[in-house]
Design a binder for this molecule. Structure first.
Ligand SMILES: Nc1ncnc2c1ncn2[C@@H]1O[C@H](COP(=O)(O)OP(=O)(O)OP(=O)(O)O)[C@@H](O)[C@H]1O
Ligand SMILES: [Mg+2]
Length: 251
């Protein structure tokens, strides 16, 4: 399918070309290609085990691909030195699958973590104010001194979101942001993600199985199937496709 959005969007903030990754005999990614354009919400769908998390890990350098290219904000991610890679990562907010908060740290300490890690980007910034602003933007200013175990699943997800955006990243990667939440809380998280995009003008990649989430949030979608970008287009284009393999995603 032709990617009509490519003509209407600005430049690519992330560009992945011919990404390949196998584990032993198991081919997970087989020449996967993807661009994320400036300011868009790109949804990536693919069934469980299809390689979505592997792709995202290769993209941010948490896993080494066998071959392929990853360009982020004009830089070749796979060839950067450790420090340059780290600086580039400060421009990327990452909401891990699950919430992945540190259980033994308070909410405040969880949020301070990326600030300490990327000191360089925020030298002179007021840590306390930044934590408060991030918490306010997810509506949880009152939870600063609580432990993750004292929060509901939906609240934990919001805190993880606050932690992902505290560095005011240009790009946010969401791995299954609504999984495990009830439909109402899931909708709240989706609305929050949309607010954040408007407020900070971020470009986002959203990995999800949730068709409702995809319908509401996507400007464009890519379907990952058999290791490759099988189809791309708008929700409308893909959800009305006659291809049985594409139709299966929307059941
Ligand atoms: N470190 C690893 N070592 C070996 N195999 C791995 C490793 N990480 C992932 N895999 C395999 O790669 C495949 C893709 O895994 P991945 O986690 O990317 O799936 P996914 O699309 O994110 O699925 P889900 O929707 O369930 O999160 C799986 O078969 C998994 O077992
Ligand atoms: Mg996954």
């Amino acid at each position: 399918m032709e990617n009509s959005a490519a003509h209407t969007h600005g430049k690519a903030v992330i560009s992945i070309r011919n990404l390949c990754k196998s584990f032993g005999d198991q081919v997970v990614l087989d020449n996967f290609n993807m661009e994320i354009y400036d300011g868009e919400n790109l949804v990536l769908m693919g069934k469980s085990g299809s390689g979505k998390s592997v792709m995202i890990k290769c993209m941010v350098g948490l896993m080494e691909p066998d071959s392929g290219e990853v360009e982020i904000l004009g830089k070749n991610m796979l060839e950067l030195h450790h420090q340059e890679k780290d600086e580039l990562r400060a421009e990327i907010g990452f909401l891990f699958q699950g919430s992945a908060l540190y259980d033994s740290m308070t909410v405040q300490e969880n949020l301070e973590f990326p600030l300490r890690r990327h000191k360089k980007k925020f030298k002179g910034g007021n840590t306390n104010e930044m934590v408060e602003e991030a918490l306010e933007s997810v509506g949880l200013a009152h939870t600063k001194s609580l432990m993750p175990a004292e929060l509901s699943g939906g609240m934990q997800r919001r805190i993880a979101l606050a932690r992902a955006l505290i560095l005011k990243p240009k790009i946010i990667l969401y791995d299954e942001p609504t999984t495990g939440l009830d439909p109402i809380t899931a909708k709240e998280i989706i609305l929050l993600m949309m607010d954040i995009q408007k407020k900070y003008k971020t470009s986002s990649l959203i990995i999800t199985h949730d068709v409702d989430c995809a319908r509401v949030i996507s400007n464009r979608m890519i379907l990952l199937l058999e290791g490759t970008n099988y189809a791309q287009g708008t929700f409308q284009e893909l959800s009305t496709s006659k291809d049985p393999k594409i139709k299966a995603f929307f059941k």
